[in-house]
Design a protein around this ligand. Structure first.
Ligand code: SAH
Length: 462
């Protein structure tokens, strides 16, 4: 982000523009919507500019810009469409240390004017840092079509009501009120006029005040394997609503970005920064926030019900009578199988596929190993990197063949996804060679669909 977007307060600010032609007109049309004190310097000015000056909307000086004109200005526009004159304006602005825009010169400018969707006081600024003006215009057209013209009035009436709404406790209760206003009550009443909308606000507030204090609630949601597009719509919605988000190490930053900016974001998986939180700590953290009335989102990688200690967290809530709900997510096994273009189950090959944890394999009984060792079996092994040698030994001992395909999928669904296709016989050496650093799923019994005979093969997807 080379250009940082801000909204400049133009009240009592002086904005200076040099130029009197088409470029000046284009800038002035926008600047006239602000509250700035506008000074235009042009020996020759277009009729519109003269008319604006006569109407008192700006001050027109029929001469070239000089050093003293620039002093104390908030912004300077070089809009003469003449290289030499623009350069002179630029020099004056620079020596007075005033932010400068040279029309149509990205490189020479300190700031640029974005494409704007104007529903005053709702203003949307769109910028592409000069990379794609056509795209900016498309986005603008999209938004113009999508946002009703009444949006501005809605926001203005809302603004005037902010004081009154302070009767509601800060946080969730007040947010729920405004959310009702902007999504339902407001749009429904604005067509009937301002008075009707104000009356609707009054009765909406009375309704909300009559509600008791908010009860805490916990949503356990799966964030999927990492790609934000693999987040469910429900999880996305929950992220948007949550007061507190307690997330695991595997939840990608791109997904956390979707939370409200005011939400309290708590990392429950700080591995690598000293000791990770214990499960008891995490349970206590969830309970603490929910008991205080917060809408808590417990966000876990993949699916919250797959190797994610969901039951322990639920039991902690049940012990305190705290309500909860569960939003499933796409588990790593699904994403890894998709990366191989394979099914987890297939007619005639395997009628069951197992989800196995590499953590607890020591406790596997003989019959488990025997069935897992059968030709055609498919198992998705989570947290299996460390158990690879043990797994190989047991499976071979129980009759698996050394050329059983095994695929490792690291960072499934992410841009840095890697697939390592190997065999049971070569699993430990393939793992050592691949030096995986991200989360990886081991798929026993599956090779990538396009794989040649199952020999050691590495590939980088995408
Ligand atoms: N609840 C999660 C699993 C948590 S256990 C789920 O449903 O996916 C953590 C293990 O999941 C990791 O050790 C790894 O084996 C696997 N895993 C999670 N995300 C992954 C990803 N993007 N790619 C590959 N494996 C992943």
């Amino acid at each position: 982000m080379q250009h940082y977007p801000v909204f400049l307060n133009t009240r009592a600010a002086r904005i200076v523009l040099s130029g009197g032609g088409e470029a000046a007109l284009a800038k002035l049309r926008l600047l006239l919507k602000t509250e700035a004190d506008l000074s235009v310097f042009a020996p020759e000015a277009a009729p519109d500019i003269i008319a604006w000056a006569e109407a008192g909307a700006l001050t027109l000086y029929r001469r070239r810009l000089q050093a003293e004109d620039v002093a104390g200005a908030a912004l300077v526009y070089a809009a003469d469409e003449d290289k030499d004159q623009d350069l002179q304006t630029a020099t004056l602005a620079r020596s007075a240390r005033v932010l400068l825009n040279i029309v149509d010169s990205l490189e020479g400018s300190d700031f640029i004017t974005p494409a704007i969707v104007d529903r005053d006081p709702v203003t949307i600024a769109i910028g592409t840092e000069g990379a794609a003006p056509v795209l900016a215009r498309q986005i603008k057209a999209d938004l113009e079509a999508r946002l009703p013209a009444s949006l501005g009035a809605l926001a203005r009436i809302g603004k005037a009501f902010r004081r009154a709404a302070e009767a509601l406790p800060m946080g969730r209760a007040r947010r729920a009120f405004w959310s009702d206003y902007y999504s339902e009550t407001g749009p429904a009443s604005i067509a009937k006029g301002e008075a009707a909308t104000k009356a609707a606000l009054d009765s909406l507030l009375a309704q909300h005040l009559a509600k008791g204090p908010a009860e805490g609630h916990v949503i356990f949601a799966g964030a999927g394997p990492g790609d934000p597009e693999l987040l469910t719509l429900k999880a996305r919605h929950a992220l948007h609503e949550a007061d507190v988000v307690i997330y695991d190490r595997l939840v990608s930053p791109a997904i956390l970005e979707l939370a409200r900016r005011e939400a309290l974001m708590l990392n429950a998986g700080k591995e690598g920064f000293g000791a990770a939180m214990t499960q008891a700590d995490i349970n206590a953290l969830i309970v603490e926030h929910a008991a205080a009335g917060a809408q808590v989102l417990r966000l876990k990688g993949g699916d919250p019900a797959v190797f994610a200690r969901l039951d322990e967290e639920i039991e902690a809530l049940e012990a305190r009578d705290i309500a909860f709900s569960i939003i499933p997510g796409i588990t790593a096994a699904s994403a890894a199988a998709a990366a191989l273009s394979q099914s987890l189950t297939k007619r005639g090959r395997n009628t069951e596929a197992r989800l196995v944890t590499g953590h607890d394999m020591q406790g596997y009984a003989d019959q488990d190993w025997k069935s897992l060792a059968r030709t055609g079996e498919v198992a998705a092994i989570y947290m299996g990197k460390r158990a690879a040698r043990f797994l190989q030994g047991r499976l071979l001992m129980h009759g698996a063949t050394a050329n059983t395909p095994v695929s490792l999928v690291e960072n499934a669904s992410l841009p840095n996804q890697r697939i390592i296709a190997t065999t049971l016989g070569q699993l430990p050496s393939a793992l050592a060679e691949a030096a995986l650093t991200g989360p990886a799923l081991t798929l026993l019994g599956l090779a990538p669909r396009d794989a040649a005979p199952p020999t050691l093969k590495q590939e980088v997807a995408q």
